[in-house]
Design a protein around this ligand. Structure first.
Ligand SMILES: O=P(O)(O)O[C@H]1O[C@H](CO)[C@@H](O)[C@H]1O
Ligand SMILES: Nc1nc2[nH]cnc2c(=O)[nH]1
Length: 253
């Protein structure tokens, strides 16, 4: 297995080329299935499955409930790739490996990434089993310097200082809320702020109270996406970000 300082552009390319040579599907959408959500991949038509153990350079799933395979297929006629099982820092993986698939997806031609996972609520009015659409996040380890973009920067994957003021696509969030209303399940669907932590322990009561005071709605393990926005969607530099949501500060880059 490669050590973290051996991972470079060619490593991601090698993995992407391996996959591209084995499937004719060219997904524009990738879905990372967190705990208990792997069944989503089972809904794909015309499946082509690659076990992580067979995919060059891929980390391996070690957590219960994470099948450890990439499922290519079609959802409503659109080519998709699902990760049935994701990677966590608490498994012993460095962040560059936790986020490894995101850059591979980029090289596969993916344009939309949907990340799902199991999280705990610290918000008022949420119930077990509810769904929260992430409108923004607090990358707690990232603020303290544990970030996948630490180290040499490869501009092919984005800028040294990626802007994160519009990290999550508002139109997709709105669409999900609209569909939840159409399906008559909007009582179980919220929009909120996700806080990622390292784990594996859950929070103490004091930590949960702290996160609630900080404006967090749900807390869970490190998400692959955080900090890698540029890797999927390169941003223009020196852009003025208007922030409609008054709960967030406006940022001028
Ligand atoms: O991958 P996600 O959904 O974040 O799940 C995580 O949450 C569960 C409890 O911490 C663990 O099973 C871990 O895998
Ligand atoms: N409370 C809580 N629940 C979780 N479920 C999955 N991850 C977590 C976590 O970090 N905290």
């Amino acid at each position: 297995m490669l050590s973290e300082d051996q991972i470079c552009y060619q490593t991601y390319q090698e993995t992407a080329d391996w996959l591209l040579s084995r499937t004719k599907l060219r997904p524009k959408v990738a879905i990372i299935c967190g705990s208990g959500l792997g069944m989503l991949a089972e809904a794909l038509a015309n499946q082509e499955i690659f076990k992580y153990t067979d995919v060059p350079n891929f980390p391996q799933s070690t957590v219960q409930g994470h099948a450890g395979q990439l499922v290519f297929g079609e959802l409503e006629g659109k080519a998709c790739v699902c990760m049935q099982g994701r990677f966590h820092k608490f498994e012993g993986y460095p962040l560059i490996k936790v986020t490894f698939p995101v850059r591979v997806f980029r090289l596969l031609g993916v344009e939309v990434l949907i990340v799902t996972n199991a999280a705990g609520s610290v918000a008022d009015g949420y119930n077990t089993g509810d769904i929260m659409i992430i409108k923004d996040h607090i990358n707690l380890p990232g603020l303290a310097g544990q970030h996948p973009l630490c180290g040499p920067n490869d501009e092919r994957f984005g800028s040294r200082f990626p802007c994160m003021s519009d990290a999550y696509d508002k139109s997709l969030g709105k669409l999900a809320l609209q569909i939840s209303r159409e399906l008559d399940c909007s009582d179980y669907v919220h929009e909120g702020v996700y806080c990622m932590v390292g784990g594996p322990s859950f929070e103490t009561i004091a930590e949960a109270c702290l996160l609630h005071k900080l404006g967090v709605d749900a807390v869970g393990k490190w998400l692959e996406f955080s900090g890698l926005r540029d890797s999927l969607f390169p941003l223009e530099q020196n852009r003025l970000y208007s922030v409609e949501d008054d709960s967030k500060p406006g940022i001028v880059d």
